[in-house]
Design a binder for this molecule. Sequence first.
Ligand SMILES: [Zn+2]
Ligand SMILES: [Zn+2]
Length: 267
Amino acid sequence: MAAPEPPGLLPAAPLLLTTEEVRLLGAFVHGDIMGATMRAWLHASLGFCPRHTWAYAVVEIELWESGVGGRGGHQPFDVSVLYEDLARQLAFRLVKPHGWGRRPEAVLLPARRCYLCTQLDLPGRAGFVLGYANSDSASLAAEANLLRHTRRWCSATADEWAPVACAPCLGVPAGGTGAGSSRGLCRVHLAEEERTGRADDGDLTAAASRLTAVADRLAALASSMTASGRPADAATEASWVEALGFFGGWRFPAFLAGLTEREADTG
Ligand SMILES: [Zn+2]
Ligand SMILES: [Zn+2]
């Protein structure tokens, strides 16, 4: 029943989450994700694979109907808390000396497999799913797959994040050439540029600055979703899309915001 782990970035298409993915991700929201052991895993794995990076946000945004702050529910609160942490962690590691014999792009690549993918692959999982899948979890998956609230979020914030989104992800010409031009690259495309020698330590430092700025806005966004928090401005509202775009690629939010043509679902 495990959805295949994509080798790279997602196509511009709906996620079509399975019942089991929604059940596992639902247990994560406001749950396991806050534990120290899980955080260590997520630091090593750089969050989730691209599919589960976006799936995590979809499950929280679509299925959590109540929350504090001006908006109430359907907002990326846990997502903001987690990605503030992941963005700060990676920013710190990007500017540390990478050590003798260690390739510069290594810091941008997961040292551990996506936790959700490992759970989906556990032996006996299929039988477990058949035994436990009930109409509730199936209907929650169906509701999450409508992507109503996630689409609204991605569309409403697109003016903020589209100009800084990774050009190769969106299949558009890069905005400029020369030093600093890879500042807008996602983690996967930046790692590829580093591996092939087209990006250097300056690009890693620029990515670290960008991640730190995003982390600061994520902290403000999470705060805006608490009882005493101030309302978020447009750039702050877009910060979670920017963070997940960096870690998991931009094609999914671009598809939701109508910025890309849908690609064939070839998996
Ligand atoms: Zn995964
Ligand atoms: Zn990219």
